[in-house]
Write a protein that binds this ligand. Structure first.
Ligand code: XIL
Length: 314
């Protein structure tokens, strides 16, 4: 008995959901489950640069404001997502052809304006999202290309100035287990901490394929935590080749359990956020054709075995 959020609360961890303004506006079941079961939310798209400033100087805050207000009404913490990312970046930034001085100013303004707007209302910001390639080198984004790796330290410093109360995270995917990419992330975080850069946390997204959840998540979380930062699973989903059969749905539940258990075993792991609530609204089928059924509720908002596994593990 009891909801996910009641159990999470008792353990002092977050059980979060990546959500979107569309279904939040249009579907009562979505709103009800969100309010009843989750104690944290992350806007799925609404705080990304292309959403908040699609044209230079033209801001659109409505959907992000709506999500933050709904979270406050529900007593939920908000993870801001995300300030610096190569993707869902408006073309005026990505293709503007700016030199280093101008781009640096643009990035600084963006962080100050957005983190400043929500200052005091955001539990944690994903300040820099997905900076790494799979081999552990830094991704050739417009920021890296133009500003060099200093863009990362600068982004954290500007975010701290804009919202001194938010926990500041770096966030990436395929870094959940121990591998070349997570080794590089580890080295970067170690160096940033050593240099006094204000970084407080490491987010491991957790977009998994059924049967491919790494066995080293707990060990990996622990090594980051030992650097003196918080850790979190920030975008968990486990996709299945479609159609998913009953055995796969059961296996998925065990894999959800293993990810949550890894987090619960590490005291600096602040919680797990699932990237959506229901298979009715998930980025998976559109992005990974042939895959689906990745979330804890099915398309009719019925709790799946994965929901019960989370519930019983919390
Ligand atoms: C995804 C959203 O869920 C989709 O709606 C959108 O079309 C693309 O982005 N890593 C991230 C998230 O950090 O922002 C991404 O979200 C999923 C991968």
């Amino acid at each position: 008995s009891g909801s996910l959020r009641e159990h999470a609360q008792a353990r002092g961890v977050q059980i979060g959901a990546g959500i979107e303004a569309g279904p939040l506006t249009n579907e009562a079941q979505y709103r009800d489950i969100l309010a009843a079961e989750f104690n944290a939310v992350t806007p799925g798209n609404e705080m990304k640069w292309e959403s908040v400033e699609p044209q230079r100087g033209q801001y659109r805050w409505g959907p992000a404001d709506q999500i933050v207000a709904a979270a406050e009404a529900n007593g939920q913490q908000v993870r801001g997502h995300t300030l610096v990312w190569h993707s869902q970046l408006p073309s005026w930034v990505a293709n503007g052809g700016f030199g280093a001085e101008e781009l640096r100013g643009i990035l600084r303004d963006h962080i100050e304006v957005e983190a400043g707007r929500y200052a005091g209302r955001i539990y944690a910001w994903d300040v820099v999202n997905e900076p790494f390639n799979e081999d552990g080198s830094l991704r050739d984004s417009v920021f890296y290309r133009t500003l060099g790796e200093e863009y990362i330290a600068d982004a954290f410093r500007w975010a701290r100035e804009a919202d001194p109360n938010a926990r500041l995270y770096i966030n990436d995917y395929n870094v959940e287990g121990i591998n070349a990419k997570s080794d590089a992330l580890y080295e970067l975080v170690r160096r940033l901490r050593e240099q006094g850069v204000p970084i407080d946390g490491v987010g491991l997204q957790g977009h998994f394929i059924l049967g491919q959840v790494p066995g080293t998540i707990e060990e990996n979380l622990r090594r980051f935590a030992d650097l003196g930062v918080d850790v979190a699973i920030t975008e968990l989903d486990i996709r299945i080749p479609m159609p998913a059969d009953a055995a796969e749905i059961q296996q998925q539940a065990r894999e959800y359990e293993s990810v949550l258990a890894a987090c619960l075993a590490v005291s600096r792991c602040t919680g797990v956020t699932v990237w959506g609530i229901t298979d009715r609204h998930s980025w998976i089928p559109g992005t990974f054709p042939g895959y689906g059924a990745a979330l804890p509720y099915d398309e009719q908002y019925r709790p799946k075995p994965a929901y019960h596994a989370l519930h019983d593990t919390l």
